[in-house]
Design a protein around this ligand. Structure first.
Ligand code: GDP
Length: 596
């Protein structure tokens, strides 16, 4: 046995997965995202721990511990007790349904799959079925619920991430078995990975004669999604969204991943969630769909979402039926907001209406100011400022080129760039025009990202979107123009370093306190020169007492630029009046170092 599926192990041991995780933690195997198989060694360790052990003779009682040891034990007990508390707190939370997004290349069957699941799992119980989509729906399988976001495509996904919304718990990547991994398949993988959302692959259109699952699995492995059966960790379920073949297995695997992610929430808390869709209805006013991630949303609750607020007038489920409350993991339509909130924005319950109104107007003010500040700087200046402010160690790039060959050439050239203190990270590299996705991916990155286009175009709409999102796009037909630009950007991002260049040394021979002017040091230049534009370090008995720029330099009552060795001068130091006879002044300038 090379690897064993976790849920098989759980089945074999007669344990729920959550219990299995606890046991695994005891043998030092921690849960992580995409974790669904056990290595042979891990499996053995687990079995060993639970195999009946031969009885050992009772060891002699240990000697009483010394006080020092006792203290350590006490500390340990405290830490353990704290851990226990956390476990207990977590145990008090109840499992909630997973929120699933369907991603994939155009025409690979996302809509067909979402429709099939909705029809087969929801509509059969409801005469007439769902009349209108609210952006999400919930299905039940084996007595467990799954919430599907009904806007297929990673556009919605990326747009939400851009606002920092972690709406999705699991991503289903639909790949047509006849067509294989395509540009948008790859594009969908990066945001899901970046958001640390587990990916499950639905290998669709298996009913077609041209279906070639092995070829697709190979392509998936190349993208870092090695199928389980090939020793990887990615669950790949062959399905047909058209006939419904194996869709149940897909639902089962989604529930398995959800169980492994141990999604929990506290239904007693006030609701927290995200807006996933919204519009203005002439009759009803602003209408918004929210996914509740934690807590329960009640009818008549006061909510705040961005700058929209209000007491909920009506809560509707996906079938347009009024509901009293929306539990964790559910999707719900809200009526009664003051304005239409954008998708991806957080929704919170606020104590009272007045307070919500106040917070909304504070936010409005903030947004207005941020907008003003934005228009003053170009996108490039803002990006550089952001990099410097964050003391960024990385510069994120998204590369687009006209052909695979030019893309490789560009990547190769960029990889040769080296600027100390900052690394290049290529978030995504693809062939084709710069599109909306690239812009959204760039703006969803916390540290930002720039888009580099080599021999590709940007259409007007995308250019405007980039500008609105503050995303910098650089494109050219010449590769070196691009690499030079990136190098310049890297250098500008690194905080400049300075080196001291010594100019001279002066000795304070007298101090004059001149009314309304301040303290003037009468100096003799012992070495080099003193320049009006230099800085001085004041040394007293060999130790530095102050450092700062020269404020004025005079010779015989005349302002001068420089005074050379062997001559005398009067000198004032900026912000320093405590200069004394006998002090030595080291004169130097700071020179900006070009980063290596
Ligand atoms: P989307 O762009 O990813 O949402 O793709 P659609 O769901 O619109 O599907 C694109 C086309 O593929 C439609 O004509 C579907 O009928 C077809 N299609 C989707 N799933 C399957 C499948 O499992 N088998 C077959 N034969 N066709 C499918």
């Amino acid at each position: 046995m090379a690897k064993k599926r976790l849920y098989e192990v759980a089945k074999e041991m007669g344990l729920p997965l959550t219990e299995l995780f606890k046991l695994l933690a005891q043998v030092g195997v921690e849960k992580h995202s995409g974790f669904n198989t056990l290595e042979e060694g891990e499996y053995q360790a687990l079995r060993e721990l639970f195999a009946p052990k031969p009885k050992e003779p009772t060891p002699p009682a240990p000697p009483p511990p010394t006080p020092a040891v006792e203290l350590k034990v006490e500390e340990k007990v405290k830490v353990e007790a704290k851990k226990e508390e956390e476990v207990k707190e977590r145990a008090a939370l109840l499992p909630r349904p997973p929120v699933v997004t369907v991603l994939g290349h155009v025409d690979h069957g996302k809509t067909t799959l979402l429709d099939y699941i909705r029809k087969s799992r929801v509509a059969q119980k409801e005469v007439g079925g769902i009349t209108q989509s609210i952006g999400a729906y919930q299905v039940e399988y084996n007595g467990k619920k799954i919430t599907f976001i009904d806007t297929p495509g990673h556009r919605a996904f990326t747009q939400m991430r851009q606002r920092g919304a972690q709406v999705t718990d699991i991503a289903v990547l639909v790949v047509a078995a006849d067509d294989g991994v395509m540009a948008q398949t790859k594009e969908a993988i990066s945001p899901a990975r970046a958001a640390n959302v587990p990916i499950i692959v639905a290998l669709n259109k298996m009913d077609k004669r041209e279906a070639d699952p092995d070829r697709v699995k190979e392509q998936l492995a190349k993208e870092g999604l090695t199928p389980e059966e090939w020793g990887g960790e990615t669950i790949v379920v062959p399905i047909s969204a058209l006939t419904g073949q194996n869709v149940d297995e897909l639902l089962e695997m989604i529930l398995l991943l959800a169980e492994m992610a141990d999604l929990r929430a506290d239904p007693k808390k006030p609701a927290e969630g995200y807006i996933i869709e919204s519009y203005l209805d002439r009759a009803k006013g602003p209408v918004a769909t929210a996914i509740i991630k934690d807590g329960t949303l009640h009818e008549r609750d006061v909510v705040l979402a961005g700058t929209a607020y209000g007491r909920i007038r009506t809560l509707l489920d996906e079938r347009g039926r009024p509901m009293k409350e929306a539990p964790p993991g559910s999707a719900v339509q809200i009526l009664g907001l003051s304005e239409v909130p954008p998708a991806g924005i957080r929704l919170e319950v606020i104590g009272d209406l007045e307070r919500a109104k106040e917070l909304a107007s504070l936010r409005q003010e903030e947004e207005r100011e941020a907008k003003l500040a934005k228009t003053k700087l170009s996108a490039m200046e803002r990006f550089q400022q952001q990099l410097r402010k964050a003391q960024a160690k990385e510069l994120n790039l998204i590369l687009k080129a006209d052909t695979v060959g030019s893309l490789e050439a560009l990547e190769g050239e960029l990889q040769r760039l080296k600027v100390e203190g900052i690394d290049l990270v290529i978030l995504y590299a693809g062939v084709g025009q710069i599109n909306e996705n690239d812009v959204l991916l760039a703006s969803s990155e916390e540290k930002g990202a720039v888009i580099i286009g080599f021999r590709v175009d940007v259409d007007k709409k995308i250019g405007e979107l980039a500008q609105a999102q503050g995303v910098v796009i650089k494109r050219s037909e010449i590769i070196y123009e691009l690499t030079e630009w990136v190098e310049e950007l890297l250098r500008s991002a690194v905080a400049p370093k300075f080196e001291e260049v010594k100019l001279g040394l002066a000795e304070v021979r007298a101090v004059f306190n001149i009314p309304r002017v301040g303290v003037v040091a009468g100096c003799y230049v012992r070495e080099g020169l003193v320049s009006r534009d230099a800085r001085v370090r004041v040394l007293r008995n060999g130790a530095e007492v102050f450092q700062g720029p020269i404020r004025s330099l005079r010779r015989f009552d005349e302002d001068v630029k420089e005074v050379e060795q062997g001559k005398e001068c009067g000198l004032r130091i900026e912000n320093f009046n405590d200069v004394r006879k006998g002090d030595l002044l080291e004169v130097f300038i700071l020179r900006k170092l070009q980063p290596a």
